[in-house]
Design a binder for this molecule. Structure first.
Ligand SMILES: *Cc1c(COP(=O)(O)O)cnc(C)c1O
Length: 525
């Protein structure tokens, strides 16, 4: 592979030179420079409006005196501006997206089409319930699938993201503990070291003390250390399975039983549910509450910029505390929302209250329903199996070229560390930046924290073998190049992107989000 690309032309760092020469326009062929729209302001107007005749001013003297400063451009210039910006985006529709801890990426177009049907897209949450029976039935349909797939008796549909679902599940746990009279005494939540940052944040937000459980050599929860931490003050464990190292927690039943024996609840972070759908039911593992990121497992890819949805499945012990609203069936068979504590009390519940103003993310529910129905139970299982197969293919192909911290197969994502870069002068960050020159979005870097220089790769179920093969070959070429000491290919990367290496820390610490007109030359002096 080294030195030759697929077309047989020579490739490699030496070729970077001519492609990066300065052009008069700053454009690089199809990669066109684009100024901010404010900088492109020509004062033009895309439409030709007539001065209103016989206009009566009803603003009582409050009429605007100057312009509001919006840029003026002709229509073709506006179109070009946004098309050029869109071409700067790397997207799943443009290429493989290896980010780990993200689960599904490709979003079947069918789901988008269904979500745009006016009967779903245009419903209003305050419409009379008898006019939205179909939408309510769809929420129920998704709820039934989630309960079936997880083996759990209840689900709260309203949380709007994974982290929001965590908060919902933990509030149900807190309410259950309060109902048992143990709200004051159970103050500690156990969280494995490798947890997603939202887990300890959720526990802390609810006032719990976060107690970290160390990991074993093989990247899993240290069961002995976990057991040593159990006691009458433990409210819950928050455990991700498959975990953030991409590994299945083999001792999960033992963990659940030991926790239940001391009266704690088992919160499972189910963001990675797509790795196990159709294969394992969390309800069978002793889970009491688990959020499901619909935007990671049931369409609408994570990072797609759209809304999320984080329904939470609940065990029998927690179901009575589920947030409002609940959906029930009236005597005449119509669906209705139980929206007050009294209405829920009549159903035997003691809801902890509301998570959101209304009923959840309708558009996401439609996408999830379309995804579930078009895949079927067998298709969902196959998507899980293919996602795991792809990740293991990456791991098996690269573990001797790069370095893998843990022995054995992985689940939905392949984790590498930076030992293979030792003494090369190249670091994880440089390696990731060189991937940009090769036309790939980098993988998740430096997460999970338990692994040094982590690189977490999640190809998912939707990449073809050819696509994964090219990705593997590219990473193998980069790894070989780093080991050969071709440091310049990495240290200055990316060479071919519209912008070179950015100061991401400065951008995060000092984001400049508004445009201000440049000062006149004399004032600037
Ligand atoms: C993505 C993710 C979350 C958070 O989900 P959001 O929808 O981004 O709030 C929590 N835990 C894990 C393991 C995740 O991968």
């Amino acid at each position: 592979m080294s030195g030759m690309n697929r077309q047989g032309r020579s490739s490699g760092p030496g070729d970077a030179g001519p492609s990066v020469h300065a052009t008069f326009t700053g454009n690089k062929a199809l990669a066109q420079e684009e100024a901010l729209i404010f900088e492109r302001d020509s004062g033009a107007c895309g439409v030709d409006l007539e001065e209103p005749q016989a206009f009566e001013d009803r603003l009582g003297g409050n009429r605007r005196k100057g312009s509001i400063g919006l840029p003026g451009l002709a229509e073709p210039d506006v179109v070009r501006h946004y098309v050029r910006l869109s071409q700067k985006n790397y997207a799943i529709d443009a290429g493989l997206y290896p980010l780990g801890s993200c689960t599904m990426k490709h979003n079947p177009r069918l789901n988008e089409k269904m979500a745009r049907l006016p009967g779903f897209a245009d419903v209003h949450p305050l419409q009379p319930q008898k006019t939205v029976q179909g939408a309510m039935a769809l929420i129920e349909l998704v709820a039934d699938w989630l309960k079936e797939l997880t083996g759990m008796p209840a689900v709260a549909m309203s949380p709007k993201a994974g982290a929001h679902g965590e908060l919902c599940g933990m509030m149900a746990i807190q309410a259950a503990l309060e109902a048992r009279g143990e709200g004051e005494t159970r103050t500690r939540v156990l969280v494995p070291e490798s947890a997603h940052g939202t887990n300890p944040a959720t526990a802390a937000l609810l006032g719990y003390k976060v107690d970290a459980i160390p990991a074993t050599e093989d990247g899993r929860v240290d069961v002995a250390a976990f057991k040593a931490k159990l006691g009458p003050d433990v409210a819950a464990i928050m455990l991700t399975n498959p975990n953030t190292c991409g590994l299945f927690e083999r001792d999960i039943r033992e963990i659940a039983d030991a926790l239940h024996a001391v009266g704690g609840y088992f919160y499972c972070d189910g963001a990675n549910f797509n790795a196990i759908v159709g294969r394992v039911r969390p309800g069978d593992l002793g889970v009491d509450a688990m959020h499901i990121n619909l935007h990671k497992t049931f369409s609408t890819p994570h990072g797609g910029g759209g809304p999320g949805a984080g329904p939470v499945v609940l065990s029998d012990a927690l179901a009575p505390f589920a947030p409002l609203p609940w959906i029930t069936t009236r005597d005449d068979g119509r669906l209705k929302f139980a929206e007050t504590e009294e209405q829920v009390a009549a159903l035997g519940g003691t809801s902890f209250g509301r998570m959101t103003a209304f009923h959840g993310q309708m558009g996401m529910f439609v996408r999830a329903a379309a995804y579930m129905l078009s895949h079927g139970a067998d298709g969902l299982k196959q998507a899980a199996e293919d996602a795991v197969l792809s990740a293991n293919y990456v791991l098996a192909s690269l573990k001797d070229v790069m370095s893998a911290p843990f022995e054995g197969p992985c689940m939905h994502e392949a984790l590498f560390d930076d030992r293979f870069l030792k003494d090369t002068g190249v670091e994880t960050l440089d390696f990731a930046k060189a991937m940009i020159d090769e036309g790939y979005h980098p993988m998740t870097m430096y997460f999970p924290l338990v692994v040094h220089g982590a690189m977490l790769i999640e190809p998912t179920e939707s990449e073809s073998k050819a696509s994964v093969d090219l990705f593997i070959a590219t990473l193998a070429d980069l790894a070989a190049s780093a080991k050969k000491g071709e440091t310049e290919r990495f240290k200055g990367a990316p060479f071919l992107a519209p912008r070179r290496r950015l100061d991401e820390t400065l951008a995060a610490r000092n984001p400049i989000l508004t445009w201000s007109a440049p000062l006149p030359a004399e004032a600037a002096e």
